[in-house]
Design a protein around this ligand. Structure first.
Ligand SMILES: O=C(O)CCC(=O)C(=O)O
Ligand SMILES: [Fe+2]
Length: 536
């Protein structure tokens, strides 16, 4: 892992562990005797901290920093980004001033034991993990960064991650918003580059060679490449000579797996880490509480018209990584029943706890939808234009009878599903079926995917069985192409660059008809399962 050759005069990053609460210890040259596991242990301990134990956390960071420097590391980068405990404190502080005070009190003990020149700190003010709301995040982070600038003028660097990650996709933020942070540290014009401000401002913002060059030549700050740098340690040289960047092995393998699995109409599960599992469970409990107050509505779905009581409402956003719709007007304009949409809006307005739980679930669903779409060859531009509707569902047995949702593929492009109880079965084309369980985000192809891909990717048939004592909460993200638009197909994969005209109404009608495009698939299922299709 650690490289012994310095790549830059600053710290060459080595990521020990990937948890957001990590402290990234960044060596330029690591002595042979140092075992990275020693640091991993200290990182794992630190990452379990919650905001309530932030005082202890502060001293653990102090110990970790001293430990790192004594082992020969060049410096310590403190992560105040991506859902970290520090970020939470910044966001929940009563005022911008309090947030700045907190960072001051946090850094002081670290700077008292490790020279400021050996400490860097990283923020991600545009991250989709941030709980949205009325707070002006730019002003909050500006207050924090200004305080660092005045109180710790010789800190090695402040790194602002300007973009936001949605799954494997990194989206740049607008140059303006990043500029307001940069200007705190880079007050000089480009001609003064020879005498940079003591604290270097480092920005990453999904830079392309062009935008990186433009930014580098107009400021005294440094440019960083994040996502692509791990599998491409020579990223600077590659960008200079225009070579293609490698993907990391894990991502490449997962993309191939998704592609292969969707050809067979099976589901793909994005498994959660233990931390994610814990957070998901808490979030699903919050959803359960909220839905409990509603009256159940009868639902008859699927080929066999099973019956189930469902308490349910929905949320939507204009694109993955975008905030939930916030106003009645926007919800009324979105295609969906208004009453359930307004119940969703009330959930968001109810309190920070439920809202951040819903935003957390959305984040997992959005990430998995981006990665799946990319694996299937849907272009990034198109992924970002797709609409998403999220439905939360609480199942209740109908008058004590067995019930559920009958066999069906979803009618949209892709569905991502998080559920916390048994009942969902997924069917293969040969009639075998299984319960995917509830330890990960379940991705399923819809009938629109089948049509868009010219039959390359089969839709995932599934049903839900409920019993008398059923306890099951689900959140489903129905992801769909923009309606009444021509959608490009990947010319390499489909042998044609001809577009696909997406008309949801037509697709829905056709799917229901035994003579429609999906009929051959229905026939296979009918054969194996003796299913009876509803009369037409
Ligand atoms: O709740 C589940 O497990 C599945 C829900 C479903 O299939 C649907 O709403 O289309
Ligand atoms: Fe479904």
């Amino acid at each position: 892992m650690p490289s012994s050759t310095p790549i830059s005069p600053l710290f060459s990053p080595v990521y020990l562990g990937t948890h957001p609460h990590r402290i990234v210890v960044t060596p330029r040259s690591i002595p042979e005797s140092v075992k990275s596991s020693e640091f991993c242990e200290c990182l794992v301990e630190s990452m379990m901290n919650t905001v309530s134990s932030i005082i202890n956390y502060r001293f653990e960071v102090q110990d970790a920093a001293v430990n790192a420097i004594s082992k020969g590391f060049d410096g310590v980068e403190i992560s105040a980004c991506e859902g970290s405990a520090l970020e939470q404190v910044i966001l929940t502080a009563e005022s911008d001033e309090h947030a700045a005070d907190f960072i001051n009190d946090f850094l002081s003990p670290v700077v008292s034991v490790v020279k400021a020149e050996r400490i860097g700190i990283r923020f991600s003010p545009f991250s989709p993990t941030l709980v949205t709301g009325s707070k002006n995040l730019v002003s909050r982070f500006k207050a924090v960064l200004s305080r660092i600038h005045t109180t710790f003028p010789t800190l090695a660097f402040v790194h602002v991650f300007g973009g936001k990650n949605i799954g494997e996709l990194e989206l740049p933020s607008t140059a303006d918003s990043l500029e307001s942070f940069r200007s705190i540290f880079c007050e000089m014009s480009a001609s003064d580059i020879a005498s940079p401000a003591p604290t270097l401002f480092v920005s990453s913002n999904d830079y392309t060679p062009e935008s990186a060059t433009a930014t580098a030549s107009s400021t005294s700050g440094l440019i960083a490449f994040t996502a692509g740098s791990v599998p491409n340690p020579d990223i600077v040289a590659k960008i200079q000579n225009g070579s293609k960047l490698e993907q990391d092995d894990f991502t490449s393998k997962r993309m191939l797996d998704i592609e292969r699995i969707f050809r067979t109409g099976k589901e793909f599960v994005f498994e959660w880490t233990p931390e994610e599992s814990k957070r998901v469970n808490r979030a699903m409990d919050d959803v359960d509480d909220y839905l409990s107050q509603f009256d159940p509505a009868l639902s008859y779905e699927g080929t066999d018209k099973k019956i189930v009581w469902r308490k349910s409402c929905w949320f939507a956003c204009h694109g993955l990584g975008q905030p939930f719709l916030q106003t009645e007007e926007e919800i009324a304009r979105f295609d969906g029943d208004l009453k359930d949409g307004l119940s969703g809006l009330r959930a968001l307005q109810q309190g920070k706890g439920l809202r951040s739980s819903l935003e957390y679930l959305k984040l997992l669903l959005d990430n998995s939808l981006v990665d799946t779409s990319r694996a299937l060859g849907i272009q990034d531009q198109m992924i970002l234009q797709c609409s998403v509707r999220y439905r939360i569902i609480k199942y209740t047995a109908h008058r004590g009878d067995l019930g559920g949702i009958g066999l069906h593929p979803d009618g949209n492009l892709l569905s991502a599903l998080i559920t916390n109880g048994p009942g969902l079965s997924v069917f293969d084309m040969d009639g075998t079926h299984r319960e995917p369980g509830f330890n990960g985000t379940i991705l399923m192809g819809g009938s629109t995917l089948y049509r868009w891909s010219n039959g390359t990717y089969l839709p995932t048939f599934h049903n839900v069985n409920t019993t008398k004592d059923q306890k099951k909460i689900s959140i489903v993200a129905f992801f769909n192409l923009p309606d009444m638009e021509t959608i490009p197909r990947d010319p390499d994969a489909f042998g044609s660059s001809a577009g696909f005209f997406h008309d949801i109404k037509h697709i829905k009608e056709d799917d229901k008809s035994p003579k429609g495009e999906l009929a051959p698939l229905w026939d296979i299922i009918i054969d194996k399962h003796k299913l009876v299709l509803p009369a037409h």
